[in-house]
Design a protein around this ligand. Structure first.
Ligand SMILES: NC(=O)c1ccc[n+]([C@@H]2O[C@H](COP(=O)([O-])OP(=O)(O)OC[C@H]3O[C@@H](n4cnc5c(N)ncnc54)[C@H](OP(=O)(O)O)[C@@H]3O)[C@@H](O)[C@H]2O)c1
Length: 200
């Protein structure tokens, strides 16, 4: 039976290579437009047009999106997790918030301002934010694009035991083996069974 996950349900979105690498020098180590377009489409797709999705980022991932001129993620409520960022840095943006921890972001989303007014809550990484989200009672799903190639990486997805999660179908995820620019990848959707899947 599927585990009951309290609101807000966290859904993680990530692409990793064959070594579990996810980043290098503050950017993506690869250029796979088909995977990137899928990532943007899924994170923005709204079930209810009046309820924007939430995009939660670690501060460095936020910086990497800013470097790509993607800031803030349009039509989403953007939440940056940072111990040090001065909120004045994002004062010019609408719908962008800074929280001091993932737990702080979860508490903020439970308040009346957000609770009934948001769609899916996507966690966009990086490494420690994914780890904290997978440890949380609020962890629901991991949408993981596994890239069948190795790149030089300096940031990695936290190791987890696939058998502690249930692999599920989602028609919104890319189905089957994909290929772009000569690189193969496949999207796997994992759902919590109620136990922590992280390896020590
Ligand atoms: N392949 C993918 O799908 C994917 C996804 C995401 C990111 N990436 C890549 O991964 C790299 C960035 O990830 P990263 O792991 O290095 O950094 P990150 O998690 O994006 O950002 C790290 C920063 O977030 C804040 N932070 C992290 N954990 C926190 C906590 N528990 N409480 C409060 N603040 C916390 C801190 O910000 P302050 O220093 O401001 O306090 C910390 O320095 C980039 O290369 C990016 O391109 C790839």
């Amino acid at each position: 039976m599927a585990a009951r996950v309290p609101f807000p349900r966290l859904e993680l979105l990530c692409a990793m290579d064959a070594t579990w690498g996810i980043g290098r020098n503050g950017a993506l180590p690869w250029h796979i437009p088909k995977e990137f377009k899928y990532y943007i489409r899924l994170s923005k797709k709204q079930e209810d047009p009046n309820k924007p999705n939430v995009a939660i980022f670690g501060r460095k991932t936020w910086d990497s999106l800013c470097a790509l001129k993607l800031e803030p993620m349009a039509k989403c409520i953007n939440v940056i997790i940072s111990r040090n960022m001065d909120p004045s840095e994002i004062a010019k943006y609408k719908d962008v918030y800074v929280c001091r921890s993932l737990e702080g972001a979860i508490e903020m989303l439970k308040t009346p301002q957000f609770k009934d007014n948001i769609g899916r809550v996507w966690v966009h990484g990086g490494s420690d934010i994914y780890k904290e989200a997978m440890k949380s009672d609020h962890f629901y799903r991991l949408y993981l694009s596994k890239i069948h190639k190795s790149y030089e990486c300096d940031v990695f997805f936290p190791k987890f035991d696939e058998t502690k999660l249930e692999e599920v179908e989602d028609p919104d995820a890319l189905q089957g083996l994909q290929e772009d620019k000569g690189v193969q990848f496949q999207v796997h959707v994992y759902q919590t069974k109620g136990e922590c899947a992280l390896l020590p």
